[in-house]
Design a protein around this ligand. Structure first.
Ligand SMILES: [Zn+2]
Length: 465
């Protein structure tokens, strides 16, 4: 029964693979047209949001709490940020159009091959060649974004008083980020290619296993080796905030091991709090900027919300969704891996087959990069879907905070965060659905008023709250 199911899925996939591999399918033009369409959609959405910044008064939920002066400031900041995002989106689509039309994908492949010949790197061609090529391509696609990032930090954020970092710190961050991409990314890609080479047609479960292990390892090494490169965590000093958070964790049965503060103020005055760790040992991190601006009761309410995410297992659920998404992508990729029409329409030399010692028709890395270009429009749909899920989780975590009896402090804390971050008071619904993982402040305040103080929330080791 199970084996016949596997066989019929296998047949189905081979059938689809045949359908999507026909010489008359011009993938280059399909990618170009779909990415223009996507860019037009994104620019239209930014335009809708930019119109919101012409409104002169706050929405009624914020009427009493957002002074006119602050409202005006938030409108100007929002307009600056959204105009920037619109220009960046336009720039990115022109850049990706040029990369495709000028055959940069195939030209850099050939150039990295010549480079290898010049260096006398003859052994084990495909994997080394692939890594060299992907490094070239990453630089070509990411380097043009660096001036944009500089402008965002030192012009826009600076103008509105949020930037706290020096040019030196910004450069150090860039260098460390690129070094990390190389140190982690290249061995990861090498493993990825080797697994597909070794497992052949049925690589999906092996690759899934590999990626799950990599994610676990990264989660373990992130706080130990990666985060200290950028930020300093110090134990939260004894005092009212520590007392409140420890008491709250105890009451909820949250396995708190360490309570830290993080020096977010080094880079920006935006503020936040979060938790991480293994199921039996969790760590809470509070931004120094949050503590500076909020009362202890408000910090506790923000953590009440965060622990709501833990109570409802939101991180685990999101992880499962991400794994299913990955499984889906890899399965579709297994259909595209030997697609000759895809390789040909992006001007790759058909004689490439002779370069592949594994005997497959084409180098896997090329297929994977081109496949991602084809799949890009799907990301838009995924983005809408993921935001819908995370918004639902945010409402649930807010409701959890309300049921803990923290409604007023949570509201006050969110209003303060909104004011301090100069968040946009008005949001176009479509823009919000596409760009926001959290509901907007007016939406959250309205929802909090509708929750009943206690509706069956059960705490571990306690009776109903
Ligand atoms: Zn949240």
């Amino acid at each position: 029964m199970a084996s016949s199911l596997v066989a019929s899925i296998d047949n189905g996939l081979s059938h689809i693979a045949g359908l999507v591999d026909r010489p008359n399918l011009d993938y280059e033009n399909i990618v170009i047209y779909s990415s223009w369409l996507l860019a037009a959609f994104e620019i239209w959405i930014y335009g809708r949001q930019i119109r919101m910044y012409s409104l002169k008064t706050a929405p009624k939920e914020l009427g009493g709490v957002l002074p006119q002066e602050l409202f005006d400031k938030a409108q100007i900041y929002g307009r600056d940020k959204t105009r920037y995002a619109l220009m960046k989106a336009a720039f990115d689509s022109v850049l990706s159009f040029l990369l495709i039309r000028m055959h940069v994908y195939s030209r850099t492949w050939d150039a990295s091959g010549r480079f290898m010949d010049a260096c006398g790197l003859g052994q084990d061609r495909t994997v080394t060649h692939s890594l060299l090529w992907i490094s070239f391509l990453t630089m070509l696609t990411a380097l043009p974004g660096i001036p944009w990032s500089y402008y965002y930090t030192f012009v826009i954020e600076e103008k509105h008083g949020f930037n706290k970092q020096t040019v030196g710190l910004w450069i150090a961050d860039q260098v460390k980020t690129w070094a990390l991409i190389a140190v982690i990314g290249l061995p990861f890609m090498a493993g990825f290619l080797r697994i597909i080479e070794a497992a052949g047609k049925n690589f999906v479960p092996w690759l899934m296993l590999f990626m799950v292990v990599v994610q676990l390892v990264l989660q373990i090494i992130y706080p130990i080796f990666i985060q200290p490169l950028f930020n300093k965590l110090t134990p939260l000093p004894a005092g009212e905030i520590r007392e409140r958070v420890e008491k709250l964790s105890q009451k909820l049965g949250f396995p708190l091991t360490h309570l830290y503060q993080i020096d977010g103020s080094k880079r920006s005055s935006h503020s936040n709090a979060y938790f991480y760790g293994l199921p039996w040992s969790k760590h809470i991190v509070v931004y120094d900027t949050l503590m500076e601006k909020s009362s202890p009761a408000e910090v506790e309410a923000v953590l009440g919300h965060e622990l709501g995410h833990w109570y409802f297992s939101h991180p685990t659920k999101l992880l499962l969704i991400a794994q299913s998404h990955l499984f889906f992508i890899l399965t579709v990729f297994s259909v595209f891996i030997n697609n000759t029409a895809l390789y040909r329409s992006f001007h790759f030399d058909p004689r490439l087959a002779t370069h592949n010692p594994a005997g497959g028709p084409q180098p896997i890395m090329i297929g994977f990069m081109l496949f991602q270009l084809v799949l890009e429009p799907l990301d838009t749909v995924v983005k809408f879907g993921m935001n819908a899920v995370t918004r639902k989780y945010e409402y649930q975590a807010d409701e959890f905070g309300v049921q803990l009896g923290m409604k007023d402090d949570l509201k006050e804390a969110l209003i303060k965060l909104h004011k301090n971050n100069l968040s946009s008071p008005h949001n176009d619904p479509l823009y919000s659905a596409y760009h926001h993982s959290h509901p907007t402040l007016p939406e959250r305040l309205r929802a909090m008023d509708s929750y009943k103080p206690s509706s069956g929330l059960k705490l571990r080791g306690e009776k109903e709250l």
